[in-house]
Design a protein around this ligand. Structure first.
Ligand SMILES: [Zn+2]
Ligand SMILES: [Zn+2]
Length: 162
């Protein structure tokens, strides 16, 4: 007769020398605490998390090109306008977040509302690069714009990870 204790000893699939009683709640494989990833639906192995993310992030490579060019061009126009407001640079505090949000939602619509792992980063870079040429023309207005618009634009793409 085999004891219950012997049967219940399991080892991590990735680290065969680590004993564990933890299982991935998707594929059921035994995994150690180092391999377990905490998700909103319970502990899962890295492989299952990765395959879920691949389904979740469905952007195509063309989306990044669209995201880069749309954010760059829009940022150029908006920063160009902001650079000529001169002494009214504080207006930038109100305009920049709205402009950033507008850039973000425009990219979101033009890329077919697909989710990209790197879209937030690409859009952030587009906004910064678009504004840089005007930085010297009105350092305060464009500085505020860089701070507020970049975050607002990239913030549209902070997806909840699975
Ligand atoms: Zn798994
Ligand atoms: Zn492990």
């Amino acid at each position: 007769m085999t004891s219950v204790a012997d049967e219940s000893i399991e080892y991590c699939t990735v680290h065969p020398n680590i004993e564990t009683s933890l299982h991935c709640n998707r594929c059921g494989r035994p995994m150690c605490t180092r391999c377990a990833v905490r998700t909103p639906v319970g502990y899962r192995c890295r492989e299952c998390v990765r395959s879920q993310q691949d389904k979740f992030f469905n952007a195509q490579s063309l989306d990044y090109l669209i995201a880069a060019s749309v954010s760059l061009v829009m940022s150029l126009i908006i920063a160009g306008i902001l650079s000529v407001i001169g002494a009214f640079f504080l207006l930038s505090i109100f305009i920049a977040p709205a402009a950033g949000g507008l850039i973000g939602t425009s990219v979101w619509r033009l890329t077919g509302k697909r989710r990209g792992r790197y879209t937030a980063f690409v859009v952030g870079c587009g906004v910064v690069l678009g504004a840089l040429p005007f930085l010297l023309a009105n350092p305060i207005a464009i500085g505020i714009y860089l701070l507020l618009a970049t975050g607002a634009a990239a913030g549209q793409f902070r997806f909840r990870r699975i």
